[in-house]
Design a protein around this ligand. Structure first.
Ligand code: IMP
Ligand code: MG
Length: 174
């Protein structure tokens, strides 16, 4: 596997996260914001986005794994690591790397809603176009991309490539 094409450059990502961070700063001013990262993919987006949020934010993480075939989400999600803290009456912002089938987030939102947060919103760096998915209200979104498999900026192929500073498409072979 080789990088076939850089889809979103490091500079483009940095500018977009700054813009998203400014919007989050405005929207949550005076509120107690808790950002929840979905591991592992979201760790880089979370770290870089959070540095553009000029508020006393708190952080928590969840790790989930989707049952089923490796490249396709089944919608049945297993929680590998739950939140450390209660979220009742907290303003919660879920941070994701990418929305593909949307099934993981759909599950996660249902799971977190019953814990009665004061609010629950969604931020995602990438949203794949042309995918038939359940409606998801993404309050802060970065880039719409074609429905190809991508790596970098937290996204992996077989555990690798997460540390690429850009988002790229992999060549089918080589
Ligand atoms: P979804 O439930 O199908 O929306 O996607 C769940 C997870 O699959 C995402 O949070 C990513 O971790 C992973 N994923 C989806 N599309 C890609 C991709 O193109 N490259 C790498 N990981 C992906
Ligand atoms: Mg993920």
């Amino acid at each position: 596997m080789k990088i076939a094409k850089v889809l979103v450059s490091a500079e483009e990502i940095e500018a977009k996260l700054a813009e998203m961070g400014r919007a989050i700063t405005e929207d949550y001013r005076g509120k107690d914001l808790l950002m929840i990262g979905v591991l592992k993919g979201a760790f880089i987006v979370m770290a870089d986005l959070a540095r553009h949020v000029d508020l006393p934010v708190e952080f928590d993480f969840m790790a989930v794994s989707s049952y089923g075939a490796a490249t396709k989400s089944s919608g049945v999600v297993r929680i590998l690591k739950d939140l450390d803290e209660e979220i009742e009456d907290r303003h919660v912002l879920i941070v994701e790397d990418i929305i593909d089938s949307g099934l993981t987030l759909h599950y996660l939102i249902r799971n977190l809603e019953v814990r009665n947060p004061a609010s629950l919103e969604l931020a995602a760096l990438l949203v794949k176009d042309g995918i038939d998915r359940p409606p998801l209200d993404v309050r802060y979104e970065g880039f719409h991309i074609p429905p190809d498999f991508v790596v970098g900026y937290g996204l992996d192929y077989a555990g690798k490539y997460r540390n690429l500073p850009y988002v790229a498409v992999l060549a089918a072979d080589g």
